[in-house]
Write a protein that binds this ligand. Structure first.
Ligand code: APR
Length: 179
C-alpha cells in the first residue's frame, strides 16, 4: 500500500528491514547503542562489527530516547543506519507518544540532512519495548507524513513490517491518514 504526499511517498511492505535496498535503514536501538535482539540484533549481525565500532566512537554518550544518530551500514545494502531510540511503553502516561513521534522525526531529519532519497523504518518500540501496535502505527505515520508535508524529502519512506499484525495495524493507520 502506498500514499503520495507531494513528490514523496510512504509505502508499507512485509519483510526484513536489514535487506532493504535503500539509502538508509532505521534501527530500533536502545539509549546505550549497545545492541540487542529484534531489529538491532539482525542489523548488527548482518552489518558486522564496524557499525557498533562507529557508534561507540562517535556517540560515546549514547543517544537519548526520542532522538537518533547515524552511522555507515557495514555489510548491509543500505548506505547508512539511523539508530533511533523509541520509548519503553509504561502505560502511556510518561510521554511515550511524544517520544515515539520525536524518534521518527529525528530519523527523518538525519535522512534528509544526509541527502537520502529513500529510508526504511521498522515499527520502532513495538517489540521488546511493548508499545501498543495500533497506537504506534498512528504515531509513526503521522510523524512521517507531517515531516514530508513540510520538507518533501526523502522521496521514499518505506515501513517494513515483519508480521501480519504489524502490517494490518499500519495499513489501517495509513487508510485513516488518507481520509
Ligand atoms: N525487520 C523488520 N521488523 C522487525 C525485524 C526485522 N528483521 N525484527 C523484528 N521486527 C519488528 C518487531 O516485530 C517489532 O514489531 O520490529 C518491531 C520492533 O521490535 P524491536 O526490534 O524489539 O524494537 P523495540 O521494541 O524498539 O525495542 C528496542 O530491543 O533489540 C533491542 O537494542 C534494542 O534495547 C532495544 C530494544
Amino acid at each position: 500500500m502506498q500514499l503520495r504526499i507531494g513528490a514523496s511517498s510512504i509505502e508499507l511492505v512485509p519483510g526484513d528491514i536489514s535487506e532493504q535496498q535503500v539509502d538508509a535503514i532505521v534501527n530500533a536501538a536502545n539509549g546505550r547503542l549497545s545492541g540487542g535482539g529484534g531489529v538491532d540484533g539482525v542489523i548488527q549481525r548482518k552489518g558486522g562489527p564496524t557499525i557498533m565500532q562507529e557508534t561507540d566512537q562517535r556517540y560515546p554518550g549514547g543517544c537519548q530516547t526520542g532522538s537518533a544518530v547515524i552511522s555507515r551500514a557495514g555489510n548491509l545494502p543500505a548506505k547508512y543506519v539511523i539508530h533511533a531510540v523509541g520509548p519503553i511503553w509504561s502505560g502511556g502516561n510518561l510521554g511515550e507518544d511524544g517520544l515515539l513521534a520525536s524518534a521518527f522525526r529525528s530519523a527523518m531529519e538525519l535522512a534528509a540532512e544526509h541527502g537520502c532519497e529513500s529510508v526504511a523504518f521498522p515499527a520502532i518500540s513495538t517489540g521488546a519495548y511493548r508499545f501498543p501496535l495500533d497506537e504506534a502505527a498512528d504515531i509513526a505515520l503521522e510523524a512521517v507524513a507531517g515531516f514530508l508535508r513540510k520538507y518533501d524529502q526523502p522521496m521514499l519512506v518505506r515501513f517494513v513490517l515483519q508480521d501480519g499484525p504489524a502490517l494490518a495495524a499500519f495499513t489501517n493507520a495509513l487508510e485513516q491518514l488518507t481520509e
